[in-house]
Design a protein around this ligand. Structure first.
Ligand SMILES: Cc1cc2nc3c(=O)[nH]c(=O)nc-3n(C[C@H](O)[C@H](O)[C@H](O)COP(=O)(O)OP(=O)(O)OC[C@H]3O[C@@H](n4cnc5c(N)ncnc54)[C@H](O)[C@@H]3O)c2cc1C
Length: 684
């Protein structure tokens, strides 16, 4: 690859050039150099003329001692560079600081750009990043700054600084060769280090920083094809910035995330990077056309228990609500069939409980714990109109809720509608985009509610902070036939270190086997026979049919996890149910908490939705109301799971002695039953 020089004004600009064809201008970031493109250029050069200049102040580009190195000066240099080479228009690929220059070009010299590719760029007010600031401050400190840069010029120190600065995910990408190029470009001698220090001081200049906000007007008019190509695991400028840019660039065509790649995505995954750029340049695709736009007061994403209940409650109050569901119908993966008395009581208040109970279901009136002597919990002690746990296929519950909602003109259900993106503007969520057979569609709403479950797209798109609870267990799911003569309800037992729960689902038993976390490969390696033997010995009734378990494909492994958002909302958006707090399936209470969230959200928000005055304070009120019950429950369930696991491994499943004793006291037993039936802070 050839390094060349060209005079642009007072600057002598160094650049790499290779290949022929349409020109592709590659703009590097801070404080790097054209060397970062060295592994990308060969892959692009077969079809394109690649040009990668060193920015003013970096690498081998030389300027006068007081030359302007601001973003605006860099953009002027780039325009001069193209002119000097006789290039009217080039495809522009910008990374980090180079991406900020590319935005400036797009805003102020759009005619110069063929296609635009932005990757992990400085944009808006996101720079310098939090991770970068300590480096910048250290570099600017008198005396110490010089020492810091000198230390960076030592390969091991530079490597560890880049690792600490989270430049890459894969440390092996920081090869000796790359580091040597870095050092040669920016740190090799006192003069280069002084240049680099001065360049870094520009990162702290408010005037310079404001440029990426000033470009917004122009950027919002830029309609040339634009690819956002992002290292997905970049703590500096993560994918949330790509999502924001997507909304601001009319020419936006695609967002491609490269997972497992950090800030220096082109260094870490050069082949993947070059392929994505080449693919885009050869076929940028047509502008995204939104087939339909629908307006609603509230858009609910996900017709699970939380979303379906919320939509029903809002529609009943004549609040226009659109419910979007990714699946074609409600016959989904098994997600539990339990309907707690708390849910029936809510439906009863709406006059719907009796109608629901006309659908096929089973009532569990008591549960026996695997203790010696056996301990039975009797729901009759609840003093509720519904002293039982209902087992009903979740499909029936969801169909019922949405059919009830459909009686109100304010309600619209759209199935086969997989939500992909939030519509964002000025930091506010204005609805969602979803994909269905007819293409891309928008629902614009004053409030968007993410109720899309444990793998929530809305949560991911909203970048809300979450904490995860470790779990000591995983669950294996499988089915065995259920005979008409079998007992109804739930059976449980433990054997061979496994706790087994069998849930009556009409013509089959849904089996959940609690196993120590990460143990599935070992269990699988041991073969199906020990698994069949464990089931037969834990639940003897199933001994005559465990032979039907003939293939590991009949066994699904669910990695049990629980997490919760520390903030459930942002302006225009609220998350509820599993999308806000994944509940462990082991506790069998996630549906109850999801419905309770929906009831609380409807109660608090409906008056404001009617008046069109929903604010973040109202959304915060929903979180305040529901946060602590879910937190405490998640904590208690995690503790119980760990204890249960220990007890099973000791061959003594069931609650510990103090709890067994407490459950023999009728008042305490009733409280335990109330917890099981209603959860903490039931909503009405
Ligand atoms: C295997 C298993 C067994 C369980 N057993 C029980 C049990 O016995 N009792 C119990 O109370 N809890 C149980 N749970 C937990 C319970 O399923 C959840 O806590 C509960 O379903 C959460 O309800 P939700 O409405 O928040 O989310 P979900 O029920 O997950 O519903 C989310 C909905 O959003 C839709 N969706 C997802 N992404 C999109 C998108 N991008 N666009 C549009 N729609 C989308 C999904 O298709 C789904 O319909 C179990 C969970 C699992 C995984």
């Amino acid at each position: 690859m050839e390094q060349r020089f060209i005079n642009i004004g007072d600057a002598r600009v160094a650049y790499l050039e290779e290949g022929s064809g349409e020109p592709v201008l590659l703009l590097h970031g801070c404080p790097f150099g054209s060397f970062v493109w060295r592994d990308v250029i060969p892959a692009l050069a077969s079809g394109y003329r690649c040009l990668a200049p060193d920015l003013l102040g970096l690498g081998d580009t030389e300027t006068g001692p007081d030359a302007d190195w601001s973003l605006r000066a860099q953009a002027a240099m780039v325009v001069g560079f193209l002119e000097a080479l006789g290039i009217e228009r080039a495809h522009v690929v910008g990374h980090d600081h180079g991406g900020a220059i590319a935005q400036l070009l797009a805003a102020e010299h759009p005619q110069r750009i063929g296609c635009l590719v932005l990757c992990n760029v400085e944009a808006y007010d996101n720079w310098p990043s939090r991770e970068e600031k300590p480096f910048l401050v250290a570099a600017q400190t008198p005396v110490i700054g010089r020492l810091v840069l000198w230390l960076w010029s030592r390969r091991p120190v530079l490597r560890s600084s880049l690792i600490r600065g989270a430049a890459v995910c894969d440390r092996s990408a920081l090869s000796d060769e790359l580091l040597d190029r870095y050092i040669a470009a920016n740190l090799g001698d006192a003069r280069r280090r002084a240049k680099t220090r001065r360049f870094l001081s520009g990162q702290m200049s408010r005037t310079n920083q404001r440029t990426t906000l000033e470009v917004l007007d122009g950027l919002r008019r830029f309609d040339r094809p634009t690819l956002l190509l992002w290292g997905a695991d970049d703590p500096h400028f993560g994918p949330q910035w790509a999502r924001r840019l997507r909304e601001d660039i009319p020419g936006f065509r695609r967002l491609e995330s490269i997972s497992g790649a950090g800030h220096l995505v082109m260094v870490e995954r050069p082949d993947r990077f070059a392929q994505a750029v080449a693919r885009f340049l050869s076929d940028p695709g047509s502008p995204r056309e939104v087939a339909t736009v629908r307006e609603a007061t509230c858009c609910v994403v996900g017709a699970g228990p939380a979303g379906a209940m919320l939509a029903l409650l809002l529609a009943r109050q004549h609040i226009p609500v659109v419910l979007l569901e990714a699946h074609a119908d409600f016959d989904r993966d098994f997600r539990g069939d339990s309907i707690h008395p708390a849910i029936l009581e809510v439906l009863d208040q709406l006059g719907l409980a009796d109608a629901l109970l006309e659908l096929p279901h089973r009532k569990i009136r008591s549960a026996s714990l695997p203790t010696n002597p056996p301990l039975s919990l009797d729901f009759d002690e609840l003093r509720s109109r519904f002293p039982f746990m209902t087992l009903m296929a979740q499909q029936h519950l969801l169909e019922f809720l949405t059919q009830q909602a459909a009686q109100y003109p304010a309600f619209t259900l759209i199935t086969n509608a997989a939500v992909r993106e939030l519509i964002l503007a000025d930091g506010q969520v204005h609805g969602v985009r979803y994909r269905s057979a007819g293409g891309l569609h928008e629902v614009r709403a004053a409030l968007t509610v993410g109720a899309d479950g444990r793998s929530s797209t809305v949560r991911r798109e909203a970048d809300l902070p979450a904490v995860t609870y470790g779990s000591a267990i995983d669950v294996l799911w499988m089915r065995l036939p259920r005979r008409p003569s079998d007992p109804e309800g739930i059976m449980s037992g433990a054997a061979h270190g496994l706790l087994i729960l069998a849930v009556d689902r009409g013509d089959r038993w849904q089996l959940g086997l609690t196993i120590p976390k990460g143990d599935f490969p070992r269990i699988r390696a041991a073969g199906l026979e020990p698994l069949r033997a464990a089931i037969a010995s834990a639940v003897p009734l199933l001994a005559d049919r465990v032979g039907e378990l003939a293939d590991w494909r009949q066994v699904a492994m669910l990695s049990v996890r629980a997490d919760r958002l520390t903030r459930w909302y942002r302006p225009g958006l609220l998350l509820i149910g599993d999308a806000a707090h994944v509940m462990s399936p082991a506790a069998g209470n996630g549906i109850n908490y999801a419905v309770a969230d929906a009831v609380a959200a409807a109660t608090i928000l409906a008056p404001h939705l009617k008046r069109g005055t929903v604010t973040s304070q109202h959304l915060a009120a929903v979180q305040r109301r529901r946060d602590w019950p879910t937190r405490i429950t998640q904590f208690a369930v995690a503790r119980a799971q760990n204890r249960l696991l220990a007890a099973i491994s000791r061959g003594r499943p069931g609650p510990p002695a103090p709890i067994r004793l407490a459950l023999r006291v009728s008042f305490l037993r009733r409280q335990a039953l109330r917890m099981a039936a209603y959860g903490l802070r039931p909503e009405r």
